[in-house]
Design a protein. Structure first.
Length: 164
């Protein structure tokens, strides 16, 4: 039995799961921008956070299966696979830089704890409705989404066409 098609299948299945999980975060971030009710923003942030288990689990599977497919298929001698790795790392770094600090501020603004807060620290104090509106009325989610979509399209192009 040949393993390569199965490894590619796992890689693609994980990619679909990654996009599904990340899609939940992408759509909630778009809704947060339009929302003014702190309780609804908290609910959207919680929904986004809950999708991250699928996002990170499928990303890990995607990476392992992608590397295995590259080794089994002998693709590491070609430039497209290295370009794909560079694009993936660049997108991850850029999206983290754009999203993590912004959404930490939004979480704190609605009185939610952030991931880096010490366990014994008090809960953040919610900001005024005006301050919250100024914080969430931004194009930041569009920029984050655009980075992700462009990165995904470049990765798909590299994997399908294997241009170099």
């Amino acid at each position: 039995m040949e393993f390569y098609p199965w490894v590619v299948f796992i890689h693609l299945a994980a990619a679909f799961l990654f996009v599904m999980g990340h899609g939940a975060s992408m759509w909630t971030s778009d809704q947060i921008r339009r929302e003014r009710d702190p309780a609804r923003i908290r609910a959207l942030l919680e929904l986004s956070s809950r999708s991250l288990g699928l996002v990170y689990g499928s990303l890990g599977t995607l990476l392992i299966a992608g590397i295995a497919a590259g080794v089994i298929g002998g693709h590491f001698g070609r430039g497209w696979i290295w370009a794909a790795i560079v694009v993936l790392v660049a997108v991850i770094v850029l999206m983290y830089a754009l999203a993590s600090s912004y959404y930490a501020r939004v979480r704190q603004a609605v009185g939610m704890r952030t991931y880096g807060m010490p366990k014994d620290a008090p809960d953040p104090t919610p900001v005024s409705a005006e301050e919250l509106a100024l914080l969430v009325d931004t194009r930041r989610p569009d920029v984050i989404g655009l980075v992700g979509v462009i990165g995904l399209l470049i990765l798909l192009w590299l994997m399908v066409f294997k241009p170099f």
